[in-house]
Design a protein around this ligand. Structure first.
Ligand code: UDP
Length: 497
């Protein structure tokens, strides 16, 4: 277990400089100051299993930094282990919670889970003090609270970012494994009511994830900054000088022979010129990469065969699909990632040459969180439409990020995504993300209707400003901490409003 160093980053007053953010920030700040006073000297600990990659790691530094700026003592710690089998097990639990078939959880698995959680809890006990609030994120470290509570009188909150809107044998297996560990918690936080497992109906609060509009991932970029980032990351081919030196770690692009090489070798991707359709995700089979790729191929084939049918034949002909994900070496808790990327490489290699040149598969360097964030920011801003074709999705920050940048989205109707994207208003929802023909017909519609896409992009931005900014999330968290404090003081069950 180790503590992550948090850079102070954006200052609270910086939000006031943006006309669209100032009123929302002020409302948040007034309430936050009252809640912080009520919380007195509580220390907040956030615990999760990875510092890089994925939505949880994404939000953590901003949450901690803003809590500190509000005057609270907050820290982020990441659990550690050398047992790769542990992450294979927790990935299996993750898949089961998403209703996917998975391996049976054995007594040996349980022993391993207990041991890693116990070891991490013991390390953490050296930092934590009586009455601290410990927020544990997701299943990997969920076993830590019962161990910590044996040693110190803390308040424990379990924050679950994943879930499914129906149950089956897989979900039941996962929840029956987790439930004894969950009993140790005083409160629970879920992203959506559909995700709350049976038996956890009390002390539950719903909190949507959200984005920080001024983080490197989301902050506005001037045209020159955007092209500068693309250039420094190796995503543009240009003879012009750049103002900043190239990034040390650059994006790699899949080459026609199935190996990865510098993204700027070969023909320019055309990020600044073509209708770019982008999906940025971890290399996870639940992200729907394969049917998206097949749908894109079908779109191109249909367009070639019925060139005159589409009003916007040219737009479809010039469109390119960008599939981007983390450098798979870098994400400790995602053992399946490498395999998914390998399968995607195999699928790409099979494509006919004329389609291959329109499919751009990128791995993004993760060594610098700032550069990674800026690259994702620039890629999303270079997109005509951002896609999130997830088969299951806890929330789907990538959709939020795109919408906040006034980019319309094509998202699957997985629970997390349909909670954000209103069909035909902020983007389009796919009902069967695994059906390439449905993907193709949505892409065709969106490419054929730039006016509709533009209208949806404005609604998308407003939707994020109104509902999915970090301000709302922080206010919700401060309320949860406050309720937990009251419950502890009165030593009675929490009544959740
Ligand atoms: N992300 C990133 N680089 C990548 C792939 C993903 O920064 O190469 C980020 C992405 O921008 C988003 C987060 O990881 O902020 C993914 O969160 P989401 O909620 O979409 O899915 P999760 O990975 O948590 O399932």
């Amino acid at each position: 277990m180790y503590k992550v160093k948090i850079e102070p980053g954006v200052k609270l007053e910086n939000y006031l400089a943006y006309a669209s953010l100032a009123p929302r920030f002020n409302a948040f700040h007034n309430e936050a100051v009252l809640l912080r006073k009520a919380l007195r000297k509580k220390k907040i600990w956030m615990v999760n299993s990875t510092e890089h990659g994925g939505g949880v790691a994404e939000m953590m530094p901003r949450m901690i930094s803003l809590l500190r700026q509000l005057g609270l003592d907050a820290d982020w710690v990441v659990m550690e282990t050398n047992e790769s089998q542990f992450f294979a097990l927790t990935k299996n639990i993750h898949n089961l919670i998403h209703g996917q078939p998975g391996a049976e959880i054995t007594a040996e698995d349980k022993a391993l889970y207990d041991q890693i959680n116990r070891d991490n809890a013991r390390q953490m006990a050296e930092y934590v003090q009586k009455d601290d609030i410990v927020v544990v994120h997701d299943p990997q470290p969920a076993g830590m609270a019962q161990e910590l509570k044996k040693m110190i009188d803390i308040t424990a909150i379990w924050r679950c970012h994943i879930g499914l809107d129906y149950s089956n044998d897989s979900t039941e297996a996962a929840w029956s494994f987790l439930s004894p560990y969950l009993e140790a918690y005083d409160q629970y936080v879920f992203s959506s009511p559909e995700y709350i497992p049976e038996g956890l109906s009390g002390n539950v609060t719903l909190i949507h994830p959200s984005i920080d509009p001024l983080s490197h991932k989301n902050r506005p970029l001037s045209l020159h900054k955007l092209t500068g980032i693309l250039g420094n990351a190796g995503l543009l081919t240009s003879d012009h000088p750049t103002l900043y030196p190239d990034y040390k770690h650059k994006v790699t692009r899949l080459k026609p022979d199935g190996t990865f090489g510098p993204a700027r070798n070969g023909e320019d991707i055309g990020l600044l010129f073509r209708p770019i359709l982008t999906q940025v995700s971890r290399w996870d089979k639940l992200k729907g990469f394969f049917s998206l790729l097949e749908g894109f191929v079908e779109l191109k084939r249909n367009n070639q065969e019925n060139g005159n049918r589409s009003r916007n034949h040219n737009r479809i002909r010039n469109a390119r699909l960008v599939l981007a994900g983390p450098d798979p070496e870098s994400v400790a808790d995602d053992p399946e990632g490498k395999q998914v990327l390998k399968d995607l490489v195999d699928a790409y290699v099979q494509l006919p040459d004329d389609i291959k040149k329109d499919v751009v598969i990128l791995t993004l360097p993760m060594k610098s969180a700032k550069e990674n964030a800026l690259i994702v920011n620039a890629l999303q801003r270079s997109s005509y439409v951002v896609i999130q074709n997830s088969i299951q999705e806890g929330f789907g920050l990538t959709a939020t990020e795109a919408m906040g940048k006034r980019i319309a989205v094509l998202a699957s109707s997985a629970c997390g995504l349909r909670n954000q994207v209103r069909n035909h208003i902020d983007g389009r929802l796919l009902h069967h993300p695994e059906d390439p023909s449905e993907v193709a017909s949505h892409l065709e519609y969106l490419l054929n209707n730039p006016k509709v896409v533009e209208e949806m992009s404005f609604s998308a931005e407003k939707r994020v400003l109104d509902h999915f900014l970090i301000f709302q999330q922080l206010t919700n968290w401060l309320n949860v901490f406050h309720r937990a404090q009251l419950a502890k003081e009165k030593n009675q069950p929490v009544l959740v409003g």
